[in-house]
Design a protein around this ligand. Sequence first.
Ligand SMILES: Nc1nc2c(c(=O)[nH]1)N[C@H]1C(S)=C(S)[C@@H](COP(=O)(O)O)O[C@H]1N2
Ligand SMILES: [Mo]
Length: 235
Amino acid sequence: MTLPPGQHLLEGFPRFGAHLSRPAPAVPIDPVIKIRGVVTEGFDVPLTELATLPRRELTVDFHCVAGWSATNLRWEGVSFETVYRTFIEPALAPETSVSHVLFRGLDGWRSVVSIDDALADDVLIAQRLDGRPLDSDHGAPARLVSPHQYGYVSTKHLCRIEVHTAEPKNTHGSLLRQLPLRLLGVHPRARVWEEERHRYLPPWSVRPVYRATIAAGVNLSARGSREARNPPQPR
Ligand SMILES: Nc1nc2c(c(=O)[nH]1)N[C@H]1C(S)=C(S)[C@@H](COP(=O)(O)O)O[C@H]1N2
Ligand SMILES: [Mo]
């Protein structure tokens, strides 16, 4: 099996993110995805409504910019393109040409994707992983999955989609949480096979730093995971 350049295979699929060991955000009773930005009027798409769109299933690998990969994950959900064409495009304000899409999670995480990359065939809003509803470790109740881009694009706990006519500046939100990615600068395309890890730094310069810290990051995130909080009970 071949992994993209600079990636290392991990056992399983860890919970990972700027949340570190903080528990995942609570899932609202009636979760919605807020649609905002250059639409005539903002509106909310209930997740129950997403479920009425054609289902999309995808078995792919997942690659974190810190250098670990997980393989053969079976996601189920709705293609982002379908969501875009069904709900967003008809609501765009007149004379607007969308260039970027911003995805936001319930924990304040955000990722920015060019419209072309967002509409790629393999980008989906996933609600299930390996035959089960998404758990809190991996982004309940719904998350973006963009398999050809580094994991930081795949916003978990998706609650808001904003459409923009220029690249939005990542100025609001919690500075500290995304500090490492802010300092290094997320790459505007973030394609894993091109090793577009960061905007300003060449990939070889960050690889050793990441290699030295992956284990710590994985361990910290695991401490806040669902399994750590609810360990399987002995029988
Ligand atoms: N809401 C949210 N989404 C997020 C993150 C986060 O901290 N919060 N971390 C990103 C990063 S850096 C990675 S590698 C993946 C990890 O996904 P996983 O926890 O399902 O393995 O989620 C991405 N999406
Ligand atoms: Mo990541």
